[in-house]
Design a protein around this ligand. Structure first.
Ligand code: ADP
Ligand code: MG
Ligand code: ZN
Length: 244
């Protein structure tokens, strides 16, 4: 069942940017693995879009956290975001089902994400976004804008809904990505590789964020998207899309 924690304060900027204070434009002084491309063509400052996708429990958040932690080890300045409806484990961090965490800012929609990120855009080099499927289509132009500015943007999100249909804006993000990693989970029915997210029970809650007991990873053979006809297959929670 989803665990909702009471509203802690939003993490301070220095927590998102390890090493903190100095407003140093590291893109002008590329060092290390993460800046090989910028070193090759410094005048272009090319960014990079990486999309991590798959069903629930496939390790998307783990992989996002792994990449962001490696970027921090490489002294890249990292900012991480997630939609406010996913506060299962923490409001101030992204978390995996295996209890790995990384500091993150919670935002209600793309507009707020942009408003928070742009003032620090000169400082931040790597932008991580978890649960990207909960944001609306305007995440695509923002991602393009960030990559044009030279950022490495790493997005993790569900590829399909629990109806087995593409989960907007993921298809477009997959299309524009430099790198796509599509993970599978383990089918909870038969142990085969799972590509689907099975919603259990008959909840019609608009936002049903949860894990074990609410959703299950399933292979194609075991996936039953329409077991309960009363269960509406909702794609995009209002809180991350239409909210002004
Ligand atoms: P996602 O972000 O894709 O939902 P997480 O990164 O949060 O996935 O969690 C992945 C972890 O979930 C795995 O490393 C494993 O410990 C745990 N896990 C629980 N159920 C499953 C499952 N059915 N298949 C694979 N991993 C699972
Ligand atoms: Mg996740
Ligand atoms: Zn199966």
């Amino acid at each position: 069942m989803a665990l909702f924690m009471a509203g802690n304060s939003v993490p301070a900027f220095h927590m998102l940017v390890p090493g903190g204070g100095p407003t140093l434009n590291l893109r002008q002084q590329p060092t290390g693995e993460a800046n090989r491309m910028t070193t090759a063509h410094p005048e272009l400052h090319p960014g990079r879009i990486e999309v991590i996708t798959g069903p629930m429990f496939s390790g998307k958040s783990e992989e996002l956290i792994r990449r962001l932690k490696r970027a921090q080890i490489a002294k890249r300045r990292v900012a991480c975001f997630k939609p406010d409806l996913d506060i299962r484990y923490s409001r101030n961090a992204i978390a995996s089902h295996s209890a790995q965490t990384l500091d993150a800012l919670t935002v209600v929609n793309v507009e707020e994400l942009k408003a928070v990120l742009m003032p620090m855009a000169e400082v931040v080099e790597v932008v991580g976004i978890d649960e990207a499927q909960f944001f609306d289509a305007s995440l695509v132009p923002l991602t393009n804008e960030l990559v044009r500015m030279g950022h490495r943007v790493i997005l993790a999100g569900l590829d399909t809904t629990f109806a087995g249909e593409p989960f907007a804006p993921m298809p477009e993000l997959l299309a524009i990505a430099d790198e796509v990693i599509k993970l599978s989970a383990v089918c909870m029915q038969c142990g085969a590789p799972a590509v689907h997210t099975q919603r259990l029970g008959s909840s019609q809650s608009l936002v049903l964020v949860g894990a074990a007991g609410v959703y299950e990873a399933r292979c194609r053979a075991c996936f039953q998207p329409w077991t309960d006809e009363q269960t509406e297959q909702l794609e995009l929670p209002v809180s991350a899309s239409a909210r002004e």
